[in-house]
Design a protein around this ligand. Structure first.
Ligand SMILES: O=C(O)[C@@H](CO)OP(=O)(O)O
Length: 226
């Protein structure tokens, strides 16, 4: 039996400004840094020890992971960074204010893009070049639905996270609202029509106890004391 701890990054500048983020590399706010440190202290109190930590190519997740590990005195553990844990790519919505988009397209369309499973946000006319992805040999998406996000995330789960859990090592995953919704959908077998009800707040760890076949034994959401 092994433990899987998943955490969404602390508040980013884009979160604070109510801006669609996606693959935009928005930094943590001072509040986001404090949230990440508080998560680390909470997990330290529980004495969790990880075999490895997995995070994305985005600084808000990488820094949150490091702040958590620092508070747990586990900065030494292996950290794996993968584009497959990146936030869902928000396409042409990236960088736009959520309230302004809602005023333009209406609440129902906004909700479909934000929380639906198959809705693809408006695509960028061409994929943006970013040096960090050059060596990966993958096409940067022009926009992603949650379903597309799940499809690119699951191979990483199968290749890198599941084998370590099966070996009995606890794992920490620090990622994003919708990349974690995709993982939760996959792990819990949530239906396509039900996933719109799943929200993953910043810096609120979810702890799964998994059996030797990686079936969920227990799920606990750890709320930070406000
Ligand atoms: O902007 C984003 O990339 C995500 C997460 O912050 O936003 P939303 O919750 O609207 O999908």
């Amino acid at each position: 039996m092994a433990r899987l701890v998943i955490v969404r990054h602390g508040q980013s500048q884009a979160n604070l400004a109510n801006i669609f983020t996606g693959w935009t590399d928005s930094p943590l706010t001072p509040h986001g840094i404090a949230q990440a440190q508080a998560v680390g202290r909470l997990l330290a109190q529980r004495g969790y020890q990880y075999g490895a930590v997995h995070t994305s190519y985005m600084q808000r997740a990488i820094k949150t992971a490091n702040l958590i590990l620092a508070a747990q005195d586990q900065l030494y553990i292996p950290m794996f960074k993968t584009w497959r844990l990146n936030e869902r790519h928000y396409g042409a919505l990236s960088g736009q204010n959520k309230a302004a988009v809602k005023a333009k397209v209406g609440a129902a369309q906004l909700q479909a893009w934000r929380r639906g499973y198959t809705a693809v946000p408006p695509q960028l006319p061409r994929a943006q070049h970013e040096a960090r992805y050059d060596r990966l040999g993958v096409a940067i998406p022009r926009a992603e639905s949650l379903a597309m996000t799940e499809r690119r995330l699951v191979p990483y789960w199968q290749d890198q996270i599941a084998p370590r859990l099966l070996a009995g090592q606890d794992q920490l995953v620090v990622a994003h609202g919708s990349s974690l919704r995709a993982l939760i959908k996959y792990l819990e077998g949530i239906g396509d029509a039900e996933i719109d009800r799943v929200e993953v707040p910043n810096a609120e760890p979810i702890v799964y106890q998994l059996d030797t076949r990686l079936q969920i034994q227990t799920k606990e959401i750890i709320n930070q004391p406000s």
